[in-house]
Design a protein around this ligand. Structure first.
Ligand code: FES
Ligand code: FES
Length: 912
């Protein structure tokens, strides 16, 4: 870093700051690495994401594209400087309006908003959209952000501060939101000890290749500052990880062959400048490229080369659900409709690339990194490194988005290995390209299906077959293959049913978990066919769905009898907007035949938690002798709000005000296992454990005060007070002997959903709780260009019980943004779209108005009746948009995304 370095003076947040560095050093690096202001985030290093935005002489710029020389002698304001620049209220507005979910984009958003507010203190919606157009957010769908900016110079509503027993349903501020809006949140790349070494991976440039190494020591000797080169031969334990024990197959560092582009084959470890500056193209590895298998059609035809020798036909696993005589039912149906639908790889595109640091604390390896599954990280890293589990501690950093991909291990064993081998802290930060190349994607699918109905539009049967490209390694492929057949019917009564899904290996990116685990793909073909059938039998498309919808007591395709079913209520909530928009569109389309509008509807259901597998969460809580109430919450909050929602449930179960709750964790040394943050399980499963824990703690208090469950509990100063019918007891906590965790009184509870295995026909009870939803899209199509503008989404979701309406609406809006991207623009092409310039995700300007309808049909099993929501909200979006496109112009899209050329082709096919 010092070559050509000189001392420059930059005024940062009002203070003249000398910086000794080369003139070409990025301002983002100067701020983060040299000055230690890590509120400025780096999501792409290429000017695409805006996370690094700072004010330079009052104007927003990308710090990753601004050099030190350009900043010299000028005023730089970072997120940390916003309060003194007069924008504290803007930061509070972000908190109050729920504008920060994971928070990684928040500093960039705040900076861009501050620049706007300087010019225009009372901006309009379109002012905000213009000003924030260069900053990407993958979580929120932008609507809360727009609200927060528009209201930043208004008096803010007071924060909700619910009394004991009233936390559920209150729109309380995100409990972990303060640091997110202050720019002090610690993400994976934001903390490292001063003497940390840097680690980089050497990765395969080929989809499939054998490889050998040349003289690594000679290369190391020629690169001063590189201390170590590590390969698979250096791994002391079992060089294999995975997410499902029976399918563990992925090496931390590949031994020849490499099975996907971007697979890590070696590590270089050393002083940060030397590692950052190393030319990895000259690293001594000799590649022998193989002919890659990239298409499932080819891969399953049993080619000479298999991706994994032990998996014939490259078949990882098949999932199957069947009952009834489908063939006869379809034959006897008044109408049948069939389709083939293909979907693309979809990239998670969280704004935070993978990052973390490892160090040794005595004989314990500590790893601080962004993750959705700390206990799984602990177990898999310990196995790879040959350590007992209790000698690995995982401290989840704040995750700058995850959406499923941060369930899988990435750099955890790599930095762990480097720290053990060097004895020094070791740090790794993936580049955007590394993140996109090497981590998991949504499964591309190729699906065929036929659905039948009778003359009145009652569904008679469904047949579904899907090939899901699971890429090079198993990851969550088995989960997708099992979950899709369970859900492919949609939330509709289907009297005869056959659904099979195959997860097939290729040399493409490993496909894993991504919001919905394959269910969004299946919903697309099912909902397209429902429109076909409704049109064929002359039943209104929304009514068609309503008349076939599950109700309490319905039988699902797996034979489960379900209760607490809210799909009918969701569809009913769309009735008014459906008919109003339908009438409006009819007039519009007569006057505007070149830009017709259409409406479409689609539904979802989704089982919360693992499919027929154990899925427990444990919650510990206690009150210290000084009266501090502590909740040990091990479920990672990746922006979805688990920290807040689980605390709200706990507070009400305990019967104390939420403001008394102090959160601890997650941290494998401090919190019990809250399970993975996946499959919309945390509100339900960890929430249920929190409910049980709160009740158990309450019962323990009531036993000591000799009161029944009608007692009112409170913490007053350090004292625990219980009151009942005029009697008041003050429990002197300091007199109680503290337990091993230091608590005067405590409780620990575990909850595991009651499921049953699926038999060979897929019959059983795969999930204990389901959530439901329906969405309606209003779109406008440009007939000449094939472009689609989504104008308005209406989203009705049954949450069972709304724990926090602000967070729930934020989830819906964010899910719709991802569903819109999947429908219209997102297509990851290995080797071609490994950046956020070529891989497009929705920007603030792409988002429609969203109207949310929160439905509460309590679930008999969920905590206070609550169901999960996170995955559900994405599922109906794409099919609702596709059905609206067809309604507008007749284009029946069967390959996603609906890029303009595909829309044009479908319009032509429809005779337009
Ligand atoms: S990090 Fe600078 S624009 Fe993405
Ligand atoms: S809150 Fe915007 S990227 Fe997560």
């Amino acid at each position: 870093m010092t070559a050509g370095a000189a001392t420059y003076s930059v005024t940062v947040n009002g203070a003249k700051t000398p910086v000794f560095a080369p003139p070409s050093r990025r301002l983002s690096e100067v701020l983060r690495e040299d000055i230690g202001l890590r509120g400025t985030k780096v999501g792409c290093d290429a000017g695409d994401c805006g996370a690094c935005s700072v004010l330079l002489d009052g104007q927003p710029v990308c710090a990753c594209l601004t050099t030190l020389a350009q900043a010299a002698g000028r005023d730089v304001v970072t997120v940390e400087g916003l309060p003194s620049a007069g924008f504290a209220n803007l930061q509070q507005s972000f908190l109050r309006y729920g504008a920060a979910q994971c928070g990684i984009c928040t500093p960039g958003m705040l900076i861009s908003a501050a620049a706007l507010l300087q010019q225009k203190p009372q901006p309009t919606e379109s002012d905000v959209q213009d000003a924030l157009g260069g900053v990407l957010c993958r979580c929120t769908g932008y609507a809360r952000i727009v609200q927060a900016v528009m209201n930043a110079n208004q008096p803010l509503p007071d924060p909700a501060d619910p009394a004991g027993g009233a936390a559920i349903g209150a729109a309380v501020d995100r409990l972990d939101g303060g640091p997110k809006v202050a720019g002090t949140e610690v993400f994976g790349a934001d903390f490292w000890p001063g003497d940390a070494l840097l680690v980089r991976a050497v990765r395969s440039p080929h989809h499939a290749a054998d490889f050998t190494f040349g003289d690594r020591e000679k290369w190391r000797g020629a690169n001063p500052g590189i201390l170590l080169v590590l390969t698979a031969a250096d791994i002391p334990g079992e060089n294999k990880f995975g997410t499902i024990p029976a399918f563990v197959d992925q090496p931390a560092l590949a031994e020849s062959p490499a099975r996907l582009k971007g697979e890590a084959v070696a590590l270089i470890v050393g002083e940060p400048d030397a590692v950052a500056g190393a030319d990895l193209d000259r690293f001594p590895v000799i590649w022998h490229e193989r002919s890659p298998l990239l298409e499932t059609e080819v891969a399953k035809s049993e080619p000479a080369d298999r991706v994994h020798a032990e998996r014939p036909g490259n078949l990882l696993i098949s999932g199957l659900v069947r009952f009834g005589d489908v063939e006869t039912a379809l034959r006897n149906s008044a109408y049948t409709a069939s389709a083939q639908v293909k979907t693309a790889y979809v990239e998670h595109a969280y704004i935070e690339p993978e990052a973390g640091v490892a160090w040794l604390d005595g004989d314990t390896l500590v790893i601080q990194t962004c993750t959705q599954a700390p206990v799984m990280d602990q177990e898999e890293t310990a196995k790879i490194l040959g350590l007992p589990k209790d000698r690995v501690r995982i401290i989840p950093a704040a995750a700058g988005g995850g959406f499923g991909a941060k369930l899988d291990i990435s750099l955890q064993p790599l930095i762990g290995l480097a720290a053990i081998k060097t004895g020094r802290p070791c740090r790794m930060v993936y580049s955007r390209a590394e993140s996109m190349m090497s981590t998991t994607k949504r499964h591309p699918s190729s699906m065929t299906a036929t659905i039948g109905c009778d003359a009145g539009g009652m569904v008679t049967a469904m047949q579904f077959d899907g090939d899901f490209n699971t890429g090079a390694y198993a990851s969550w492929g088995p989960t997708v293959a099992n979950r899709v057949p369970v859900h492919a019917s949609g939330p509709y009564v289907t009297p005869a049913y056959y659904a099979k899904a195959d997860a097939i290996h290729t040399n493409g990116p490993t496909a894993g978990a991504f919001r919905g685990f394959g269910v969004p793909q299946g919903a697309i073909i099912q909902e397209i066919l429902y429109d076909d059938l409704a049109l064929a039998c002359g039943v209104d498309r929304l009514a068609f769905r309503a008349q076939n919808a599950f109700v309490d007591g319905s039988r699902t395709p797996t034979g489960q009898i379900i209760q607490g079913v809210g799909i009918a209520e969701c569809l009913a909530a769309l009735q008014d907007p459906w008919h109003a928009a339908g009438a409006e569109i009819a007039d519009w389309n007569v006057a505007n035949p070149d830009h017709p509008r259409g409406i479409g509807v689609a539904s979802c259901w989704y089982g919360c938690g693992n499919t027929s597998l154990p899925n427990p969460s444990t919650i510990l809580a206690g009150i210290k002798p000084d009266g501090t109430l502590v909740l040990h919450q091990g479920a990672t909050d990746i922006g979805q709000g688990a920290n807040t929602v689980i605390a709200q449930i706990f507070a009400d179960a305990l019967g104390m005000a939420l403001r008394h709750v102090t959160l601890v964790g997650p941290d494998t040394a401090l919190t019990p296992d809250g399970g993975k943050t996946s499959a919309s399980r945390q509100t339900y499963v960890s929430g249920k454990a929190a409910e049980l824990c709160g009740k158990a703690l309450r019962a323990a208090i009531l036993r000591r005060t000799n009161m029944d469950d009608t007692a009112v509990l409170d913490l007053n100063g350090g004292a625990l007070v219980a009151a009942q019918q005029g009697r008041k007891e003050q429990l002197d906590l300091s007199c109680l002997a503290p337990d091993a965790n230091g608590y005067a009184i405590s409780a620990t509870e575990t909850y595991d959903p009651p499921t049953l295995p699926l038999d060979e026909n897929g019959q059983g009870v795969p999930y204990a709780v389901y959530g439901y939803g329906a969405q309606m899209a209003e779109v406008q199509v440009d007939i000449a260009l094939g472009t689609v503008k989504v104008r308005h989404m209406h989203a009705a979701h049954d949450l069972g019980r709304v724990i926090n309406p602000t967070l729930a609406i934020g989830q819906i809006e964010g899910g719709i943004a991802q569903g819109l991207g999947m429908a219209l623009m997102e297509e990851y092409v290995p080797g071609r779209t490994e950046n956020l310039h070529d891989y497009l995700i929705p920007t603030i300007g792409d988002m429609p108005k969203i109207t949310s309808y929160l439905i509460e049909k309590p679930d008999p099993e969920g905590p206070f009746g609550a169901k999960g929501l996170g995955e559900h909200v994405l599922i109906p979006t794409a099919p609702a948009i596709l059905n609206a496109i067809r309604h507008a112009c007749g284009a029946r899209i069967t390959q996603l995304p609906a890029l303009p050329f595909r829309v044009r082709a479908a319009i032509r096919k429809a005779g337009g």
